[in-house]
Design a protein around this ligand. Structure first.
Ligand SMILES: NC(=O)c1ccc[n+]([C@@H]2O[C@H](COP(=O)([O-])OP(=O)(O)OC[C@H]3O[C@@H](n4cnc5c(N)ncnc54)[C@H](O)[C@@H]3O)[C@@H](O)[C@H]2O)c1
Length: 331
């Protein structure tokens, strides 16, 4: 049986990675400070350590306490707008913590490292779909911080033999098809949960930012990849690490507009979804769609929940079943 460390395993994507590992019989240790995650999101079969990655002592203790086959590093700050206001905070949280974790892994002889990167490293791309070798020119400190970590990991392979997989997620969406985990962010900035919460009357109606883009219906298009498919990709890349470090763009390969997402939520819920039309947001690219050709060519990974309605349905079901999310909000 293999044992894995999952940082950020109490968060949205991390909790689904934990489920995927437990489902195939692996042992999992979650390290999370619960700053944006939820204790209840961690599957009961995983060991849980409440610790901050900024504490070198706590991180060293985790590596001293268990022997890991690989590290899945998902813990990060990931709000683009917040990163614009607090760039230094984001660099410290995302870069320093990742580098500290990688150092601890190397010291403990754990030389396989899967890192949650992002489409935001590409900024406003020239060519769609976005391939791995597209120019990486981030337009916000969040994307920059992830790119810095990717580069540091690249150097660490040469010097320390640390083999890494940088997975650039596009828009993670949906929930565990078995209903065991879902998305609970506060504030919620992602389109699908935000629209669903508006439809359920739990928040104000969602705003559509810009209807004058050069897209078929004028709204911005994104690549929504089911969170269970994302989780599966983490497992699929492990064998590939035997040959060295890799970087993969991870999406469905299909773009959906804001209006298409709203229409899908209306189909799934059987009700009209209230929304406002607002101006474009500064720095929002019109279209972000991944080419996932490389990961498909080099691993066994294939998205299985790739229909927008399936993605939306799992998210809808989770929100309906969890009116308070994980139910641990203070105040
Ligand atoms: N959700 C997306 O669509 C998306 C897209 C691209 C990339 N990503 C990346 O995927 C990862 C997971 O995203 P998510 O949406 O699940 O976010 P999330 O906020 O739900 O999860 C992050 C988890 O990390 C924990 N954490 C944060 N800082 C920590 C620290 N210093 N020490 C210990 N734990 C800490 C949080 O408590 C939380 O449980 C992030 O690295 C994010 O940048 C997410």
């Amino acid at each position: 049986m293999a044992r894995y460390l999952v940082t950020g395993g109490a968060g949205y994507v991390g909790s689904h990675v934990v489920l995927a590992l437990l489902d195939r019989g692996d042992e999992v240790v979650v390290l999370d400070n619960l700053s944006t995650g939820h204790r209840a999101a961690v599957a009961p079969g995983a060991a849980f350590v409440k610790a901050d990655l900024g504490s070198a002592k706590d991180v060293a203790e985790v590596f001293a306490g268990w022997r890991f086959d690989a590290v899945f590093h998902l813990a990060a700050l990931s709000l683009v707008g917040e990163s614009m206001r607090q760039p230094l905070h984001y660099v410290r949280a995302n870069v320093n913590n990742s580098v500290g974790l990688a150092e601890a892994a190397v010291k403990a002889g754990v030389l396989r490292f899967v890192f949650s990167s992002t489409a935001a490293i590409f900024g406003v791309p020239r060519d769609i779909p976005i391939a791995e070798d597209a120019p990486a020119i981030p337009v916000n400190p969040y994307g920059e911080s992830k790119l810095m970590v990717e580069k540091a990991l690249g150097w660490a392979q040469a010097a320390h033999g640390l083999r890494s997989a940088c997975l650039r997620y596009f828009n993670a969406a949906g929930a565990d098809p078995g209903g065991r985990a879902g998305e609970d962010h506060d504030p919620e900035t992602h389109l699908i949960p935000r629209t669903i919460m508006g439809a359920l009357g739990r928040t104000t109606p969602v705003s559509v930012f810009g209807t004058d883009y050069d897209t078929p219906d004028g709204t911005a298009m994104r690549d929504y990849v089911h969170v269970a498919d994302l989780a599966a990709a983490h497992l699929a890349v492990l064998p590939r690490l035997e040959e060295g470090s890799v970087a993969y763009n991870l999406g469905n390969g299909a773009g959906h507009s804001v209006f298409e997402v709203i229409a899908a939520i209306e189909r799934v819920s059987g009700q009209k979804v209230p929304h406002h039309i607002g101006p474009r947001r500064e720095g929002d690219p019109p279209v972000l769609v991944a080419s996932s050709a490389r990961i498909k060519a080099e691993t066994q990974w294939r998205p299985v929940h790739d229909r927008l309605d399936d993605i939306v349905r799992t998210a809808w079901d989770w929100h309906v079943a969890h009116p308070e999310g994980y139910g641990d909000r203070v105040g």
